[in-house]
Design a protein around this ligand. Sequence first.
Ligand SMILES: C[S@@+](CC[C@H](N)C(=O)[O-])C[C@H]1O[C@@H](n2cnc3c(N)ncnc32)[C@H](O)[C@@H]1O
Length: 255
Amino acid sequence: MLINHAEYEAMYEVEERMWWYKILHIKTLEAISSHFGQNKEITILDAGCGTGGMMKYLQSMAYKEIEGFDFNESAVELSKTRGLNVKKTDILKVRQDFAASNFDVIVCNDVLYQFEKSEIFKILKQFSQLLKPNGLIVTNNNAFKIFSGTHDIAVGSKNRFVLSDFEKIISDIPELKIKKSHYWSLFLSPLILTIRIIQRIKLKLGLVDLKSIKSDVDMPSEIINNLLFKLVKLENAILKKSIFGSSLHLEIKKS
Ligand SMILES: C[S@@+](CC[C@H](N)C(=O)[O-])C[C@H]1O[C@@H](n2cnc3c(N)ncnc32)[C@H](O)[C@@H]1O
């Protein structure tokens, strides 16, 4: 869970413009269309939808059947102001609130880091029950412990992942298989690493007020925002299988 209402307002405010979200929207769309082609009738669930930016983006791409849920009331309310079909549900009990074999796609971006591996197993197991045959889970997750910083504290992170973590969890769910995976952003890794190392040093020196700690979700100037977006978009176009970055993007297929 994010730390407070202000974090959700910050997300709501920037997620249609900030480079990070725009790239994540593009990556999710690419994963969906590479699996389902131009079929816009597919049913999509955004699990831990936050304030609804992804759902809004997919709507703008002509997908009509989109539902979402989040466990935080501020997130649900802010999503509803966007006119989205969102309800309050706990991802750990998601199977209770949605019918089996109901969705073609489940998007779950930057949610699983809040859970222990045994809980992630239970979540993915429930996702597999909610998916139709040939369904797809698209999930972005923070990667590599070396990238941890005050951001992780602000967003309540319990985990940073590597691919083998998901391979292990999924090996116990025979109906699921990792279809594609890549880390990103390789190009921005030096910058992100530097920022996070400075954050860790400040933490060690006691220079961080833990009560007012903030995530890195902050809109940069227009010029920097465009620059970062173009750089990561270029990476996305030319590097299909990057082996390093602060995020791990996964496409998991149901047989
Ligand atoms: C970093 S945000 C990501 C939001 C959105 N998926 C995105 O990509 O912008 C993590 C989200 O997970 C939600 N969350 C945390 N615990 C949850 C739970 N038990 N059930 C459902 N959602 C949960 C939080 O409220 C928050 O909105």
